[in-house]
Design a protein around this ligand. Structure first.
Ligand code: UD1
Length: 429
């Protein structure tokens, strides 16, 4: 199993580039199910979850061509879907596999999708996906750990999400575009990944209004055609790099990002005393070095502070003067990084959904264990400033969502090496 060896202490300098967003790429790949034509996607990140989705689509009969290199194009053709089943072996490693449920029923009239189990950061139910599809006329049964959904043609309807869900909004949006008549969706997720998916669906011939707001209106069409689409930059990878620049007291340009998607993260970093300048439409400069001040965060749906940045922010908070309160409102068990940060010398107490971080701590290098994707990123950040050489085990979690992270960080001055074999089996976000 792979490990990362990181020697702390180097301020990061130079330019670091952000890849395409994994959380946009996953629903966009699933959207290819909705048409017989080929869908071509640019800027797909080469991360483990994408490989999992490729396997998932291929297992259903799709042809997926991942073209690396200069062109960076991925072409997916779902002309024939011989086996509309998302098997447990794949779903258990990536819960976002539930994203194929809506498009499969909409296109083929039938889907069998393994129920995702629990995961490291909480229960991750898909009841809202199911409820939405039932409201659209699908019959859903559950047997042997699988959901089976059937519908001759889904009907447009009025959906109000009981709770804001990102992949739930995406799944039902994909179902609605081929449904008969109008679907009005309320209390939708407003994440940029939903807008990215809607842009692709629109390019495929879907009629969608309001994506990116909490009310989305869809006029169903009878068929969709192929399209070419460029995936948004990954705002979580960008935010992670901003914290890497800040925590190491460096001077870093985070390039190929979309600063408009980073509002809450940039505002919070400025509150802690980090100097951040948006220096272009796709670049942000971060300068650390000033004394960091404690600041509280409370995770929220977009445009609030993202839960996917909570663990990385906590690493920064350990170096800030004073007490920072970190409140996690989206997932019930997302503090797995805390114990490892404490082993590195941080002073953090968890009480239910809140953690109190007292700083500044003098972090010392240690052997630590990665437990989920963003927890791993938090440990990388802590190791970049820890005194000595840290060893991060189970980095397959990190590989699920960060493309060539050690190469990128080494390029801006970090001392980081990978030991072992890439791509051992893993769980997912
Ligand atoms: C997506 C992101 C993940 C991010 C999360 C929250 C992808 C592939 N993953 O996950 O990185 O951390 O959004 O921003 O895009 N819920 C229900 N019933 C449902 C669905 C969700 O109760 O049917 C609950 C969840 O348990 C959670 C909350 O709603 O407490 C939000 O979850 P959701 O937005 O659905 O997260 P994901 O879409 O799985």
């Amino acid at each position: 199993m792979d490990m990362l060896v990181i020697r702390g202490g180097n301020p990061l300098h130079g330019t670091i580039r952000v890849s395409g967003a994994k959380n946009s790429a996953l629903p966009c790949m699933a959207a290819a199910i909705l048409t017989e034509d080929a869908v071509t996607l640019e800027n797909i990140p080469q991360v483990r979850d994408i490989e999992t989705e490729r396997k998932l689509l291929a297992s259903m009969g799709a042809e997926v061509e991942l073209c690396k290199g200069e062109e960076d194009l991925t072409t997916i053709s779902c002309r024939t879907l011989s086996d509309p089943v998302a098997k447990y072996e794949i779903v258990k490693t990536m819960r976002a596999s539930a994203l194929v449920l809506g498009p499969l029923v909409a296109r083929t009239g039938m889907a069998r999708v393994a129920m995702p189990g629990g995961c490291a950061i909480g229960g991750r139910p898909i009841d809202l996906h199911i409820k939405g599809l039932e409201t659209m006329g699908a019959t859903i049964t559950q047997e042997h750990g699988y959901l089976e959904a059937r519908a001759d043609r889904l009907r447009g309807t009025h959906l109000v999400f009981d709770k804001i869900t990102v992949t739930g909004t995406e799944d039902l949006l994909m179902a609605a575009v081929l449904a008969e008549g109008e679907t009005l969706m309320e209390n939708c997720a407003r994440e940029p990944e939903v807008s990215d998916l809607a842009a692709l669906l629109t390019a495929m011939g879907a009629q969608i209004e309001g994506a990116g707001t909490s009310t989305i209106r869809v006029q169903g069409v009878t068929s969709l055609h192929g399209a070419r689409h460029r995936i948004n930059p990954d705002r979580i990878e960008a935010g992670t790099f901003l914290i890497a620049g800040a925590i190491t007291g460096g001077d870093l340009v985070v390039a190929d990002c979309n600063p408009n998607h980073l509002g809450a993260v940039i505002a919070k970093l400025r509150e802690t005393g980090v100097c951040i300048d948006v220096i272009g439409p796709d670049a942000v400069r971060v300068r650390g070095g000033e004394k960091l001040r404690a600041a509280d965060i409370s995770t929220e749906e977009y445009p609030g502070f993202p839960t996917d940045m909570q663990a990385q922010y906590m690493a920064l908070a350990t170096k800030a003067e004073g007490v920072s309160l970190v409140r996690e409102n989206i997932f019930e068990n997302r503090f797995m990084h805390v114990q490892e940060l404490v082993r590195m010398g941080a002073d953090i107490k968890v009480d239910g959904s809140a953690a109190t971080v007292r700083g500044p701590a003098c972090l010392s290098a240690a052997a630590v264990m990665c437990s989920d994707l963003r927890a791993s990123a938090s440990l990388v950040l802590a190791a970049l400033v820890a005194d000595g050489e840290s060893i991060l085990d189970r980095v397959y979690h990190l590989d699920r969502g960060y493309e060539r992270i050690e190469e990128k960080l080494r390029g801006v001055g970090a001392q980081i090496q990978r030991l072992g074999n890439l791509f051992a089996p893993a769980e997912s976000e």
